[in-house]
Design a protein around this ligand. Structure first.
Ligand code: HEC
Ligand code: HEC
Ligand code: HEC
Ligand code: HEC
Length: 209
């Protein structure tokens, strides 16, 4: 005797298999790759376009390309109260410096590298104070001060271009915007104080005994 139930089940399975097989094939034809599919499907996803722009819209950003990577950083000159420096620095620094008066920038104390490595004019251009300058004497715009830092801190600079050092602004969707070095580090005193836990953990101390 042949079990008809068994045959019916077999039929059902093969029809289901055919259905799955043909539906897969259909999708493969429509999109060449998974990335193509994601791109096409997310273009107008329920009327929402995926972009960081609405979170960074109020910020003044500058687009830069470093290490072959293009992203945006915040503008700086507008944030510096004493800019434009040339309002006072109308002549070369040497002609302005006087020993008998209190320092004009008495509030700035260098706590970066030692005095053999660095003084004010290692970074600032004494002949045109509105700009920074490289070790070899090239002019660097104050908006691009990362170019100054990268001379001596290549590792952090490279990590930063890749997004591993620093912080992203807006959201993770493109276009990418990231904080620049001086948003976090004061160039005159770039280190951070060591942090200790807020409270002595008595529980852990007990467990260690
Ligand atoms: C209100 C006037 C004023 C402004 C604005 C100003 N400076 Fe100065 N700065 C001075 C004077 C005056 C001196 C020279 C006397 C001294 O060293 O105290 C000086 C000296 C300096 C020095 C040399 C300090 C030293 O110890 O050798 C640097 C570097 C400097 N300024 C950078 C800047 C930069 C960068 C800006 C703009 C972001 C700026 N200054 C804006 C008045 C000013
Ligand atoms: C390691 C490089 C470096 C050195 C050394 C340095 N500066 Fe600066 N300085 C900068 C950068 C970069 C900025 C712009 C920071 C920003 O974008 O906010 C700046 C900003 C300033 C400003 C404007 C902002 C403020 O804090 O008032 C003044 C004035 C200034 N520097 C003076 C000095 C003086 C004076 C010295 C020496 C005592 C000095 N700098 C040494 C890199 C340096
Ligand atoms: C001329 C070379 C030079 C330039 C330009 C320079 N640095 Fe430095 N920096 C040093 C040296 C040297 C040290 C001290 C040695 C060390 O800790 O690596 C240092 C230390 C530091 C530290 C560590 C401080 C600490 O306490 O651990 C930070 C952060 C830093 N720099 C950030 C910056 C930033 C941001 C800029 C650009 C505004 C910059 N540096 C520009 C040479 C430089
Ligand atoms: C979002 C904030 C942020 C930005 C942007 C940023 N840094 Fe840092 N950086 C940090 C923090 C936090 C540390 C760790 C400090 C510590 O461990 O005490 C650090 C550490 C460092 C150190 C010390 C080395 C170390 O590992 O302890 C250097 C040098 C440095 N940064 C340079 C840079 C340079 C150059 C740039 C720009 C190309 C930059 N940073 C951008 C936050 C930032």
């Amino acid at each position: 005797m042949i079990n008809t139930n068994y045959i019916k089940q077999g039929w059902f399975l093969s029809i289901a298999f055919l259905f799955i097989a043909t539906s897969c094939k259909h999708k493969e034809d429509e999109y060449h790759s998974v990335t193509d599919k994601i791109e096409a499907k997310s273009k107008h996803y329920k009327g929402i376009s995926i972009s960081s722009e609405k979170y960074t819209g109020n910020l003044k950003l500058l687009e830069i390309t470093e290490n072959g990577i293009t992203f945006s950083i915040p503008e700086r000159k507008g944030e510096i109260k004493s800019y434009a420096c040339t309002e006072c620095h109308s002549k070369p620094l040497q002609q302005m410096q006087r020993k008998d008066l209190k320092k004009a920038h008495w509030n700035i104390k260098l706590n970066h590298a030692n005095a053999n490595t660095m003084n004010c004019t290692t970074c600032h251009d004494g002949n045109n104070m509105d700009n920074l300058k490289s070790i070899t004497g090239h002019s660097i715009d104050l908006n691009n001060s990362y170019k100054l830092c990268s001379q001596c801190h290549q590792k952090q600079y490279k990590d930063w271009t890749g997004g591993a050092h620093g912080k992203r602004i807006g959201s993770w969707a493109p276009p990418r915007a990231s904080l620049t070095c001086v948003n976090c580090h004061n160039p005159h005193s770039p280190g951070f104080d060591t942090k200790w836990p807020a409270r002595f953990n008595t529980q852990v101390a007990k467990e260690r005994k």
